[in-house]
Design a protein around this ligand. Structure first.
Ligand code: HEM
Ligand SMILES: [Ca+2]
Ligand SMILES: [Ca+2]
Length: 322
């Protein structure tokens, strides 16, 4: 009960704090490009109906953008040694959806809507389209000029991270332990490549199975092994949420409680009393998850934003204007 009260009060207080974040404002494009948010939503909707993998891609894209140089579309820049070239970003996708939206917006309101805002809005829409809460987010982010592969490793989580390492990284971005538990709920949609979890079990040359990570349910691990045959391992993917892979719901937390968290970093959320209590609360109450998601997503999409005269408004998301 106590935790729930704490969680709710955090949610309510952050509503006020983050309405005024860092020079961003609601309806920033009301005068300069009033249809911007509708256009982005239309493009995310149509591309997701053509390709159901899009919502997961867009949601991961905003996370990997915001954690490196802030939410500034640094991840979109193409070139030698840019962020995209780091192995930590190898399986990130969804860039073409952002570029399609940008192309339409450049015709309608040239040099007005930043790629950084398109990324944040598209991820917001992706969650809504998948059945999650439709979060109002402020806009006015500017696009960054710096994109370095060497910035990726120190700022992006790896599945091998311990709870302490994850908390440390999230704290450095102004995000709390609650935000970590909530934002990990993104793994209720999308897919992963086998190498992201293959180390949790072993298959010998005779096809015999050994469970290495005892925090993983062994029947689930056997299923995962079958979906990741050695022959197909590099390209094969597995649903992050084995129960409702396309739906943004609280199933992720229910999976964790029965030891079906796909990554070691998911299972780690059960290791400590405080985070385990949060997991149980969200597993029991989807509304509570959604309310907290809205606040945590607002915080994620505000990390290190550039506003005012900082950065620029790119004409195309893959390169700076200069
Ligand atoms: C906290 C630590 C986290 C770790 C260690 C982690 C790790 C991973 C890994 C390894 C994958 C699979 C990538 C692949 O093999 O293709 C993945 C997928 C994904 N992650 Fe995370 N992640 C974390 C947090 C987050 C957060 C905060 C978000 C967003 C708010 C997020 C959203 C996603 C999504 C949506 C996918 C599916 C991508 C797709 O379908 O293409 N993750 N994550
Ligand atoms: Ca960035
Ligand atoms: Ca789900």
């Amino acid at each position: 009960m106590e935790t729930r009260r704490v969680i709710l009060s955090i949610a309510v207080s952050s509503l006020f704090v983050f309405s005024f974040v860092d020079g961003l404002s609601f309806n920033f494009y009301a005068a300069s490009c009033p249809s911007a948010e509708f256009i982005i939503r239309d493009i995310v909707t149509s591309s997701s109906s053509n390709d159901p993998s899009i919502p997961g891609k867009l949601l991961r894209l905003v996370f990997h953008d915001c954690f490196v140089e802030g939410c500034d579309a640094s991840l979109m820049l193409i070139g030698n040694n840019t962020e995209q070239t780091d192995p930590g970003n190898r399986s990130v996708g969804g860039y073409s959806v952002i570029e399609s939206a940008k192309k339409v917006l450049e015709m309608l309101c040239p040099e007005t809507v930043s790629c950084a805002d398109i990324i944040a809005l598209a991820a917001r829409d992706a969650v809504g389209i998948a059945g999650g809460p439709m979060v109002q987010i402020p806009t006015g982010r500017r696009d960054g000029m710096v994109s370095l592969a060497s910035n990726v490793r120190p700022n992006i989580v790896d599945t091998s991270f311990t709870m302490d390492e994850m908390v440390k990284l999230f704290t450095s971005k102004g995000l709390s332990v609650l935000d970590l538990v909530i934002l990990s709920g993104a793994h209720t949609i999308g897919v992963a490549h086998c190498n992201a979890f293959r180390g949790r079990f072993q298959e010998d040359t005779k096809g015999r199975f050994t469970l290495i990570d005892k925090t993983l349910d062994s029947n689930y691990a056997v299923e995962l092994m079958k979906q990741c045959p050695v022959s197909a391992m590099a390209s094969a993917t597995v649903n992050n949420d084995p129960e409702t892979p396309m739906v943004f719901d609280n199933q992720y937390y229910r999976n964790l409680l029965v030891h079906k968290g796909l990554f070691q970093s998911d299972s780690a959320l059960l290791n400590e009393n405080s985070t385990r209590t949060m997991v149980k609360d969200f597993a029991n109450n989807q509304e509570l998850f959604f309310v907290n998601w809205s606040q945590a997503f607002l915080k994620l999409t505000s990390v290190g934003v550039k506003t005012g005269n900082e950065g620029e408004i790119r004409r195309t998301c893959a390169s700076t204007n200069a």
